[in-house]
Design a protein around this ligand. Structure first.
Ligand SMILES: CC(C)(COP(=O)(O)OP(=O)(O)OC[C@H]1O[C@@H](n2cnc3c(N)ncnc32)[C@H](O)[C@@H]1OP(=O)(O)O)[C@@H](O)C(=O)NCCC(=O)NCCS
Length: 200
């Protein structure tokens, strides 16, 4: 971290997002949809759709956070279920997006560390990052810096900007990981009687 980044890091405040943050959140995401391969979306969602997604996160009792720097939104992060089937219920997937003009100043780290803490407190046990583009050094570096290890690559699963794009999978243990049985209400979720097969 540079000296400037260290100075800025002390001024970053991470908090739960609010509805009035949505225009800033949508603007940050719009930039990354249009200019990067971290997300496989191609058309930027509008503020209303970003609001619907935020509500979905909150309805699942998962964290949806923003980082503020000098009163402006510098980035956001949220957790989602890694996959919908019941047995995945202690595993979450993270997403982190930082305003492009504020990259490499500690905003992503502050957000991801807060997200890890929040998901650990909610008794989740694994966090997975599905990173668009093996050339996404910033995301791979951020996740490595926050304790994730690379567990695989799905080659050529995306097509954006006229080229095939890989997904890099990284994973981090939360709390006790697999060393103890799960805790909390979600242990009692019953599987649907007719749930069969081996699906995501
Ligand atoms: C990935 C992203 C969230 C990183 O946020 P950031 O605020 O720039 O990252 P930070 O400044 O907090 O960096 C934390 C650490 O990550 C690593 N890192 C960050 N950017 C890096 C880069 N370009 N190359 C290598 N490592 C990098 C470093 O270890 C860094 O610590 P250091 O600066 O002390 O060396 C940001 O670049 C972004 O929004 N990218 C586009 C969207 C995206 O890829 N999101 C992740 C999808 S899940």
């Amino acid at each position: 971290m540079t000296g400037e980044a260290r100075r800025i890091a002390g001024r970053i405040a991470v908090r739960a997002s609010a509805a009035h943050d949505l225009p800033a959140i949508a603007a940050i995401y719009r930039h990354h949809v249009l200019n990067g391969a971290a997300t496989f979306e191609i058309v930027p969602p509008d503020d209303a759709e970003m609001g619907r997604r935020r509500e979905e996160t909150l309805a699942r009792a998962l964290p949806h956070l923003v980082a503020e720097l000098d009163g402006a939104i510098a980035g956001y992060a949220y957790a989602a279920p890694y996959r919908p089937r019941a047995a995945y219920r202690y595993t979450v997937e993270d997403s982190v997006y930082v305003a492009p003009q504020l990259s490499r100043r500690g905003v992503g780290r502050a957000l991801l560390e807060a997200l890890i803490d929040a998901c650990t407190a909610l008794h989740h046990r694994q966090m997975v990052a599905v990173i668009g583009d093996r050339a996404n050094a910033a995301s791979i570096g951020l996740h490595a810096a926050c304790g994730f290890t690379r567990v695989g690559t799905l080659p050529n699963v995306g097509f954006k900007f006229g080229r095939w794009i890989d997904s890099v999978l990284m994973q981090r243990v939360l709390g006790g990981g697999a060393t103890t049985p799960p805790r909390g209400k979600r242990r009692d979720v019953r599987l649907a009687p007719r749930a069969t097969g081996c699906h995501r």
